[in-house]
Design a protein around this ligand. Structure first.
Ligand code: SF4
Length: 875
């Protein structure tokens, strides 16, 4: 590696890949995988590879803004401190709240948590990680006495059986998936996927169990009962290292094979095949993710999984263990510094008086929160009913990503004082802020993150901080200083915060708590800058340091024993009804991230899937009255979306799937979390984002249009639009309930054409030959049709068979050399037909601004009405 490459860490998912970044003289940043990082060994997925395309300053927030007008840091920070101080003085500490993010760095999280819990005296600090993995935290604490991920990525490669539960690992954690695929090819690892829908991940599995939505507890209860029947319980381990087995087994025995098959809607023979495989395979890793966590029974699901590993003693040994993979780059780091409303710093407990004393003494703080604060859903309810008078949102977009997002948006709108720290100027949450604080973005700041295997890596700075952007930790410290806590927040650099965090983890620890990185308690700025990725624990020299936890059978409950948890099976909190007969599942797609504020800047990521969609089984499509590429209205008790229809057998009958990424910036009505209800897990407070009863019907569009343009198109007044950047400009889908009176005027308005631009418009009855001369230069193009399938291709089906399988795997492939990843069949499988057409047309017109040849015009033969806006060569 040459010196001008900077080692840093990917800011997207919880795999935590190492990245090498090198700014070029022309302003572009080259990106490639870090071959020396133990998470990825040089691989990157499509999102990581495209990071260089997301770093432009377009759309950035670069100066503080107060009440809609540009301001300066002093004014803005003084105002934030004053308004928070006033609220606390008038209404008490619990009248203010921080809503933060798994995107923040450990150092940001640490000072935010310290300010709220130790100096404001409230625990009203929660994070979007509540939506991601709070049920895993609760399950871990129940079973282990601490929020401990026992294993490491290597275990996935050492296992003989990997069970994936509620995880589309191929799309959501692609590099980890590639490690699994490589291990499978090298040593024949068996893979079982438990998921209601077929995904790119299920295509690798020996066995795909299409569990009924929400029935995972019944499935794992059935497994525990089967293990007991088959005499596969590790009785010595259970006797010596656990308590509660008999009660858990008694509960599980309600699910013999027949009862489990009925509850899970899985064929008896498939259940037996899985149970038997699990029973006779010693090295088993069970990976689970949002399909488990995002449930009103999420904590029980986690404990049902942990029960099966404790019962067999398959934990803490190479190639074994339950494995929660986190969605966000620093969800784990946030947990470590107490970024959740029900935790203290350093994995200490808020309801433990000893821990409160320890933390308060360490911080020398005037107070310490004495009870858990408001978890995310409850926090926004408190904003709605006026209990929260001042709210600071950092690096999160709750107006889109919270359940009942419309309601949350209104709640924030009516909050007396809202501060938003973000890197973008305009999203659905920044629009609601009284004060906007410009944050430094990835590449412009320095700090640490912890990935899913407890590996701490440094995100390094390789770009100048633009405008007046400021790291979040510094913003928080400046506000703390103005609130009278200058001494406790007198950090000059992130290394000082990291060192303090590390010292706290070792404080009165002596092996009593899992998290101990006190070896770094005196780390210098130079050593911090050179920090290599490390896995915790890392206690001071001389104390035992293990890669895996629980190898010795000792846990963090006072008696050092793990707890089995009896997990009675509950159906999902929300049920279908005559009015809402379908279940909507929501989740990620491969190439987008959260609410797209970063990933949508990269045209190649938008080329994967550029329009929000809903997947439906063919039987449901028939019942709803939709065909492939139609638009569908999907409606719940809480909200409504209009989405492109994909008809596919990857869905179970009765279930729909829609991505959670789209916002008002990129689509007219696709904020899917607006439909999701507010039911939460009673222990973890994690919302049930995977199960929403909905109704669906055909959206009665009278016309459809596909537009490509070198300049951004206008979506004002459109009944339906979906917008995506391309390499050469923009493309968009439009639809409307009433045809415009004047297509040409509509095209001129939509394409934002100046007077100098000549429109070439014609109605194509049969020929399809536009007759443009080869010298014509086209700057934009709009195609109108009464039908949605402008496509020249049929709706994509679900290919099957081994020949397709290898190609589809490539679709999820990563690139070790940082080049653009290959795109295979799997990419198209979820793409709506018209989107597929858009991709083709977009390809044809890739060089917008250059010439559109008559040949490409002839390709548009099936289009009935065409308006072409052209800027003729004036030469
Ligand atoms: Fe980033 Fe992809 Fe690695 Fe996740 S798998 S950390 S998104 S490169």
């Amino acid at each position: 590696m040459t010196e001008d490459w900077t080692r840093t860490t990917c800011p997207y998912c919880g795999v935590g890949c190492g990245v090498l970044a090198r700014p070029r003289d022309d302003g572009f940043v080259e990106i490639k995988g870090d071959p020396d990082h133990p998470a990825n060994f040089g691989s990157l997925c499509s999102k990581g590879s495209a990071l260089g395309e997301t770093l432009s300053l377009e759309g950035r927030l670069l100066t503080p803004i107060v009440d809609g007008a540009a301001s300066d840091w002093n004014t803005a920070l003084d105002l934030v401190a004053a308004r928070f101080g006033e609220a606390i003085a008038a209404h008490g500490p619990d009248s203010v709240a921080f809503y933060i993010s798994g995107q923040l760095l450990i150092e940001d999280y640490y000072v935010a948590n310290k300010l709220m819990k130790g100096f404001v005296g409230s625990a009203n600090i929660d994070t979007n990680s509540r939506l991601c993995m709070a049920s895993s935290v609760a399950g871990h604490r129940h079973a282990f006495g601490a929020d401990t991920v026992p294993g490491c990525y290597e275990d996935i490669e050492l296992a003989d059986l990997v069970v994936l539960v509620g995880s589309n690992l191929a799309w959501c954690h692609p590099v980890l998936f590639q490690r699994l695929v490589a291990a499978r090819e090298a040593r024949g690892t068996k893979v079982v996927v438990i998921d209601p829908r077929a995904t790119a991940t299920t295509e690798t599995a020996e066995l795909h169990l299409r569990v009924a939505p929400g029935a995972d507890v019944a499935l794992f209860a059935g497994l525990l009962a089967y293990l007991a029947e088959a005499d596969r319980i590790d009785a010595r381990y259970v006797r010596e290292h656990t308590v509660g087995f008999d009660a858990a087994l008694a509960e599980a025995r309600r699910f013999g094979i027949d009862a489990a098959a009925e509850a899970t809607e899985i064929a008896r023979s498939d259940l037996i095949a899985f149970f038997d495989l699990f029973a006779r395979t010693e090295r088993v890793v069970t990976i689970y993710s949002q399909g488990v966590n995002q449930s009103s029974a999420g904590t029980d699901k986690v404990n049902a999984i942990l029960n099966s590993h404790l019962a067999t003693g398959r934990i803490g040994k190479p190639g074994t263990g339950p494995f929660s993979v986190t969605g966000q780059p620093n969800a784990m780091g946030g947990r470590e510094v107490g970024g959740l409303a029900n935790m203290l710093a350093a994995h200490m407990e808020i309801d433990n008086p000893d821990h409160r004393r320890l933390v308060q003494t360490f911080w020398a703080s005037p107070t310490i929160a004495a009870k858990p604060g408001l978890k995310a859903v409850d926090m926004f309810r408190a904003v709605e009913d006026g209990r929260i008078k001042a709210l600071w949102i950092m690096g999160a977009n709750p107006a889109d990503s919270m359940p009942q997002a419309d309601r949350v948006r209104e709640a924030i709108r009516h909050c007396p004082f809202v501060v938003v720290s973000d890197v973008v100027r305009s999203n659905d949450t920044t629009a609601l802020a009284h004060v906007l604080l410009p944050s430094a973005a990835w590449g412009e700041k320095e700090g640490t993150v912890t990935n899913s295997e407890r590996r701490v890596s440094l995100q390094r700075r390789f770009l100048r901080t633009p405008g007046e952007a400021m790291p979040d930790w510094r913003q928080i410290c400046e506000v703390a200083r103005r609130m009278g806590h200058a001494e406790a927040f007198a950090y000059e650099r992130p290394s000082q915060i990291f060192a303090e965090h590390a010292r706290l983890t070792g404080c009165e620890n002596g092996g009593r708590r899992d998290l101990d990185i006190s070896a770094f308690g005196e780390i210098s700025a130079a050593d911090y800058a050179a920090l290599k990725p490390f896995q915790w624990p890392w206690p001071p020299a001389g104390e035992a340091r293990e890669t895996r936890f629980f190898a010795d059978g000792r846990f963090y409950h006072p008696d050092a024993r793990a707890r089995f948890v009896a997990t009675p099976f509950r159906r999902p909190a929300t049920r279908t009804s005559e009015r809402y007969p379908l279940i909507l599942n929501s989740g990620r797609i491969r190439d987008q991230w959260h609410t797209m504020t970063r990933s949508a800047k990269a045209p190649r990521l938008m080329a994967h899937i550029g329009e929000p969609f809903v997947e439906t089984h063919p039987d449901d499509a028939l019942a709803i009255g939709v065909k492939p590429a139609d638009l569908a209205e999907v409606e719940s008790e809480h909200g409504r979306a209009v989405l492109r229809v994909v008809v596919t057998e990857s869905q179970r009958p009765g279930s729909l799937f829609a991505p959670m990424h789209w916002t008002d910036q990129y689509a007219s009505q696709a904020r899917v979390d607006a439909l999701v209800g507010g039911a939460t897990d009673p222990v973890s407070g994690q919302p049930e984002l995977k199960i929403t009863p909905v109704a669906a019907r055909r959206y009665p569009a009278a016309w459809h249009a596909f537009v490509v343009s070198a300049a951004r198109v206008s979506t004002a007044g459109a009944d339906y639009f979906a917008l995506a950047p391309t390499r050469a400009g923009w493309r968009a889908e439009f639809a409307g309930l009433e045809p415009p009176r004047d297509w040409v005027a509509f095209a001129r308005r939509t394409l934002v054409l100046g007077d100098h631009v000549e429109l070439v418009a014609y109605r194509d009855g049969s020929m399809g030959d536009i007759g443009l001369s080869p010298s014509t230069t086209v700057c934009s193009l709009a195609q109108f049709s009464p039908r949605p399938n402008l496509s020249r291709s049929p709706a994509p089906g679900l290919p099957s068979g081994s020949a397709n399988r290898s190609r589809r795997r490539r679709g999820c492939a990563s690139s070790r050399d940082g080049r653009e990843p290959r795109v295979g069949t799997a990419d198209r499988r979820s793409a709506p037909a018209s989107m597929s057409a858009a991709m083709k047309s977009s390809k044809r017109l890739r060089n917008l601004g250059a010439r559109l040849s008559p040949q490409s015009a002839r390709d548009s033969r099936q289009v009935r009405t065409v308006v072409r806006a052209t800027a003729k060569s004036r030469g």
